[in-house]
Each structure stands twice: as structure tokens, then as C-alpha cells.
Write a protein that binds this ligand. Structure first.
Ligand SMILES: *Cc1c(COP(=O)(O)O)cnc(C)c1O
Length: 483
């Protein structure tokens, strides 16, 4: 049977209202049920797909049927990142206002590539990026009222790539986009730097043989003297140092590179300094942790992820540059079909020129909702609470005869290990993660396997951290070869 021409398969606003309420109810009840689930998904590879039809539906299905499959098939295959006992990796915390901001953004369905394709999308983004500078007390040079400015990117990886591309253009005398990447450009980061830097070097066509992994001090922070030596060696060999990437809160242990010492060396040699604060940046909400950014005034660009520890659900990376003209000059290509009066007037920001994709979501909305819901006071309260819990756990570990700290705690990540060696630590972690009661991950410090426990969940409270510590001690006792 064919439908009438005026018939529609679309969901009507009335049905959307009803189903939308149901979906929001579902999310609210998911938040309430979180602790009933094993933190890490327990499914075997292929299990989720095997629970679903192999072929797409020929006819549309009722909403109820889809929601039933969400519960029956997908939920068992979910690792519950919002579970209060999720201590793995770094958090990707979400929050009520952020989720609602995401919903409203999808409802508006805006594609904000140009100012003129939705002025509010651009102007709200510029505003909240300026707000963040104030909240974190970041350098004024990044503020949109001067030569700098901020933009929301999907991830820190993308932000770092844009910084590196701009550094590459500058170091090549603005010829790299036309002639390709000169082989003599070199890039510097520490041995602890996130893998996204190597990926950016690959994408930028610089060659990973031009990436220098600079040594660290005993606390795993970049050693500026080693950086200076590496730069001098390259200069002596006829190479051209182009960019240094420093980290505020390394992924492995949240080590903080000394930005001032690094920045002075960069200035001496005219090298671009990009600072990656993906996880750690959020700590600067607290005046007592602002030391992590000492020397950031010497940086050319900076990024951090509100989508890790600042209650904005993935994805949301905040990226600033000191000289927005350099970034735009690197990435702007203006085809005829995007020409418009506002762009030509030079009075507006077109964020399409600030990152790799053309199209862009209205991400500023969820960030704005979070900042307005919590206020500086609310954000500071919760970040301080995470830090208090991390300090509590640190004290337990230090006081315990069988466990020891494996790296200094700079913020909300604790790196520690059982004294009896790698196999025991691996077994403790495997046992706990398989139990579903909590989820933690590992790293290596000085070639030793170390447990990593990050306390940054939206719903994580003292009792969850106390329970985690009790479970860790119990696991250590229960191991046949560790008891
Ligand atoms: C998590 C992390 C990244 C990568 O973050 P994405 O936003 O997922 O690209 C980069 N750098 C550091 C230091 C990180 O901890």
C-alpha cells in the first residue's frame, strides 16, 4: 500500500513531546539506578551485535520496541562511566544541566560554521570561552577583546593538531600549506606526553623522526635543561625547532611540566609553546591550585577538556590562542559559496576557520548551562571535594604497610602499588574490575606496574572511595600468592 502524498513518516511534535518525556525519565532513572550495574561491561566480544537483527528494518518500528532493546541488549554492553565507582582513566563526567544543554542543542539543530549561519552559536561560544578564562584565571592574552581568543573543539587531540599546524606554518614562513612541510622542522614534548602529540605530528606530515621525547625529573615533569639541550643539538645539526608541547597533568600520573622554565626557552628560540591541560586544567578553578599554570603567560596556545572533570559531557575541549590571526591564516580557505557580508565586513568570528571540520555543533550551549547552573561556587565545591577524597585515600595508602605511592599526587589522581610486584598489582586490578564493584586502570612508572585511581565522578562520594579502598585491601589479602 502506498501512502498519500501528504502522509509523513516523521514524529509529530505531539509524539515527540510524549516520547521526549519518556526519554528524559529514562535518563533520570538511569542516574538513580547507576549503582545497580557492574561498572565495567561484562559482555564478550560480538555479544551486543548478536542480540540485534542483522538487517535494517523495512518498516518503522514503535519507540517502545527501540527502548526495550536499549535496556535488553545495549545496557549490558555499556561501561558505566557515570557510575560513582568509576575510577579508571580520567573521568568523562556528565551532569544534569549539561545533558539538557545537549538536548536543546540537538533541538535547535544548528550548524554554526559561520557567524551568519547562527550568530548566537558563535557569540555565546566567544562569551563562555572568555568566562572560562576568568574562572580559571588564565592569561588575559587569550581573551577575545585582544588579539587572542578561544574556540570549542571536539577534543584535546584536535586542539593540539591545530596548534601544531599553526606552529608549522609560522616556522616555515607561511609556506607549509602551499609547499608541504619542510623536513627540518622539529617538535618537542616529554616522555610522558599524551599520544595525541605523536598523532598530530603524523597528521601534520612532520615525520615522527622529528619528534623529540625530552626527559623528565624524578616527579615525571619535563626537565627544562634537557629541553634546552635537545633544541641546541637540533640547531647545531641544521634543523629548525618549531613547537614544544608541555602538559599540565600528564595522563599517566598528572605530573605538571614547569611552564615558566619551558616558556623562557621557547621565547629565546622563537618556538611555539602549546600547553595541554586536558584533564588537569579544571583544577585551576581553585585558587590554591593555580600554581599549575605558572608560566602559562608565555604560551602561544592552551587547551583543556571541560568534558573530563568539569561536568560537561563529552565532547567539549576549550582551546585558546594568543594570536587568532595566525590560527585563521593557517586554516582559512574561503570558497565562493560561503562568502557573505558579515564575513567580508571583518566584524565577526567565523569559527570554521579555527579548526579542521567545516561544520560545528552548538556545544557552547551545554557549557553555558553548566556554568550558569553551578556558578563558580558550585564548580569549586565539587572539585574541592574530589581533591579532599583523593587526599584521604592518599593518607590511607601512605599509612598502609603493604602499599606505597608510586608518584606524587598533584590533583585527583592517585598512583600507588602493592609492594609485592607487578603480578600482584595486575591481579588486584583484574579481580576488582571483573567483580563489577569498581573500575580502575593502570600505568607504568619506572617500569613498574602501578594502579591508577582517579576521583572525579559527578556522583562519587566519600562512601564510594572508602568502599574502593576496602575492596583493594581485601583483594590483596585474597590473592593466593599475596596473602
Ligand atoms: C585525555 C588526554 C588527552 C586526549 O583527550 P581527547 O580530548 O580525547 O583528545 C590529551 N592530553 C592529555 C594530557 C590527556 O589526559
Amino acid at each position: 500500500m502506498t501512502r498519500q502524498p501528504e502522509a509523513s513518516f516523521h514524529m509529530t511534535p505531539e509524539e515527540f513531546r510524549r516520547r521526549g518525556h519518556e526519554a528524559v525519565d529514562w535518563v533520570a532513572s538511569y542516574m538513580e539506578r547507576l549503582e545497580d550495574f557492574p561498572v565495567r561491561s561484562q559482555v564478550e566480544p560480538g555479544q551486543v551485535r548478536a542480540g540485534l537483527p542483522e538487517h535494517p528494518p523495512r518498516q518503522g518500528e514503535p519507540f517502545d520496541a527501540v527502548m526495550a532493546d536499549l535496556e535488553r541488549v545495549l545496557l549490558p554492553g555499556i561501561t558505566h562511566w557515570q557510575h560513582p565507582s568509576f575510577f579508571a582513566y580520567f573521568n568523562a563526567n556528565a551532569s544534569g544541566p549539561s545533558i539538557l544543554g545537549e538536548l536543546l542543542s540537538a533541538g535547535l539543530g544548528v550548524q554554526g560554521m559561520l557567524w551568519s549561519t547562527s550568530p548566537a552559536c558563535t557569540e555565546l561560544e566567544t562569551l563562555v570561552m572568555d568566562w572560562l578564562l576568568e574562572l580559571l584565571d588564565l592569561p588575559r592574552a587569550f581573551h577575545s577583546s585582544g588579539a587572542g581568543g578561544g574556540v570549542i573543539q571536539d577534543t584535546a587531540s584536535s586542539a593540539t593538531l591545530c596548534a601544531l599546524l599553526t606552529a608549522r606554518e609560522q616556522a616555515s614562513g607561511w609556506t607549509a600549506h602551499r609547499e608541504g612541510t619542510p623536513r627540518e622542522l622539529t617538535v618537542y614534548c616529554s616522555t610522558q606526553t599524551h599520544s595525541s602529540v605523536e598523532k598530530a605530528v603524523r597528521v601534520a606530515g612532520m615525520g615522527t623522526d622529528r619528534l623529540r621525547l625530552v626527559g623528565t625529573d624524578a616527579d615525571l615533569a619535563m626537565d627544562p635543561q634537557a629541553l634546552r639541550t635537545a633544541i641546541q643539538d637540533d640547531l647545531a645539526a641544521g634543523l629548525r625547532p618549531c613547537c614544544v608541547i608541555a602538559t599540565v597533568g600528564t595522563t599517566s600520573t598528572t605530573a605538571v611540566d614547569p611552564l615558566r622554565g619551558i616558556g623562557e626557552i621557547c621565547q629565546e628560540h622563537g618556538v611555539w609553546l602549546h600547553v595541554d591541560g586536558a584533564h588537569g586544567g579544571t583544577a585551576a578553578l581553585l585558587p590554591e591550585l593555580r600554581w599549575i599554570h605558572d608560566g602559562l603567560d608565555l604560551a602561544d596556545s592552551y587547551c583543556f577538556n571541560p568534558h573530563k572533570w568539569m561536568f560537561v559531557n563529552f565532547d567539549c575541549d576549550a582551546f585558546w590562542v594568543r594570536d587568532r590571526a595566525a590560527l585563521v591564516r593557517t586554516l582559512s580557505v574561503l570558497p565562493e559559496y560561503l562568502r557573505n557580508e558579515a564575513t567580508t565586513s571583518g566584524q565577526v568570528i567565523d569559527y570554521r576557520d579555527w579548526h579542521v571540520p567545516l561544520g560545528r555543533r552548538f556545544r557552547a550551549l551545554k557549557l553555558w548551562m553548566v556554568l550558569r547552573h553551578y556558578g563558580a561556587e558550585g564548580l569549586r565545591h565539587h572539585i574541592r571535594e574530589h581533591l579532599r577524597l583523593a587526599a584521604w585515600l592518599e593518607a590511607q595508602v601512605v599509612a598502609h604497610p603493604d602499599f606505597l605511592l608510586a608518584a606524587p599526587r598533584t590533583m585527583n589522581l592517585l598512583c600507588f602499588r602493592h609492594r609485592r610486584g607487578d603480578a600482584v598489582n595486575q591481579a588486584i586490578m583484574d579481580l576488582l574490575n571483573a567483580s563489577g564493584a569498581m573500575f580502575l586502570t593502570h600505568t607504568k612508572v619506572q617500569d613498574r606496574l602501578v594502579l591508577r585511581l582517579c576521583i572525579g565522578g559527578t556522583h562519587t562520594q566519600q562512601r564510594h572511595v572508602e568502599q574502593a579502598w576496602a575492596l583493594i585491601q581485601q583483594a590483596a589479602l585474597e590473592l593466593p600468592d599475596a596473602g
